[in-house]
Write a protein that binds this ligand. Structure first.
Ligand SMILES: O=c1[nH]c(=O)c2[nH]c(=O)[nH]c2[nH]1
Length: 302
């Protein structure tokens, strides 16, 4: 005999676009999101006994996402996700948890002849602003906010030396290298006890996203990096310092390698060390460096 150990279900990849038209100024503002909502609760019999009476159809879940987007502000995604998730556990007595994931795509207002355009936007990068909102009945709301797909490169100001050397080591030490990564950063908020608690902190969500983005870029640019590890820790440390409601900040950074090419075979061409100008960008393999930084009062799980 088997038993259902865990189950959740819902609608994924619900694409939603919302426009706000300011009638007075004629300025329009747009938001494009991809939403996933997964539900948990007393739904076991739908799996074990073909009992569909406990199923809120995934089609209805999709409809609810559209209606909530129409009736409520979709910014900030943290507040929208909390309202949406709470709806399911309040509306259906047998649903006890809702897991909402929102990916907000990047539409940046165009500047035309030096002026912000009222209704035209450009997608300048695949970067997204994301939230994972977990609403659990009786336990409150957990929110994790993140940035993904922010690709950066610096052509100097990065070193890597002093690392462990043994019979497996071939990498040369360097005091000047290219550093490039696709930033994935996330910050975990302290638990919220209700939608009202989330709403009361609305302004902090945009501020934290802006701070995380600015700090990531500034530290990346200005730090004379000893390693990806040391630089990412500085970023996380600074973000934690800006917002007391954050419990942890985490980064996942691939090290997108650029290899020097020895061109000495062609008429003695110098292209290594201080003469390196033409490099070969690598797709794989790549380093992948992760960390989660908490406050010193929290015990580290290493
Ligand atoms: O910043 C780095 N961290 C590493 O752990 C590492 N390992 C490596 O080969 N190059 C680098 N660079």
């Amino acid at each position: 005999m088997s038993t259902l150990a865990a189950a959740r279900y819902g609608k994924d990849n619900v694409r939603v676009y919302k426009v706000h038209r300011d009638e007075k100024t004629g300025i329009q503002t747009v938001v494009e999101m991809t939403v996933c909502v997964l539900l948990e609760g007393d739904i076991e019999t739908s799996y074990t006994r073909a009992d569909n009476s406990v199923i809120v159809a995934t089609d209805s879940i999709k409809n609810t996402i559209y209606i909530t987007a129409k009736q409520q502000p979709v910014t900030t995604p943290e507040v929208f996700g909390s309202i949406l998730g709470s709806h399911f556990i309040e509306k259906y007595s047998h649903i006890h948890a809702a897991h909402v994931n929102i990916v907000t795509h990047r539409w940046v207002r165009m500047t035309i002849d030096g002026k912000p355009h009222p209704h035209s936007f450009v997608k300048d990068s695949p970067e997204t602003r994301n939230v994972q909102v977990d609403v659990v009945e009786g336990k409150g709301i957990d929110i994790n906010s993140s940035i993904k797909g922010l690709t950066v490169l610096k052509s100097t100001g990065s070193q890597f030396w002093g690392f462990l050397r043994d019979e497996f080591t071939t990498l040369k030490e360097t005091w000047d290298r290219i550093l490039s990564t696709d930033v994935a950063a996330n910050w975990q908020w302290r638990p919220f006890n209700s939608v009202a608690d989330v709403r009361a902190n609305t302004a902090k969500f945009d501020n934290a996203w802006q701070a995380a983005r600015n700090i990531t870029l500034k530290v990346f640019a200005e730090d004379n990096s000893a390693s990806v590890q040391a630089t990412m820790y500085k970023m996380a440390d600074q973000i934690l310092a800006t917002e007391p409601l954050l419990d942890t900040v985490a980064y996942e950074l691939p090290n997108n390698h650029y290899f020097e090419i020895d061109l000495s075979w062609h008429k003695g061409t110098k292209n290594t060390g201080k003469d390196a100008e033409v490099y070969a960008p690598q797709s794989n393999p790549n380093g992948l460096i992760k960390c989660t930084v908490g406050r010193s009062s929290q015990k580290a799980k290493l």
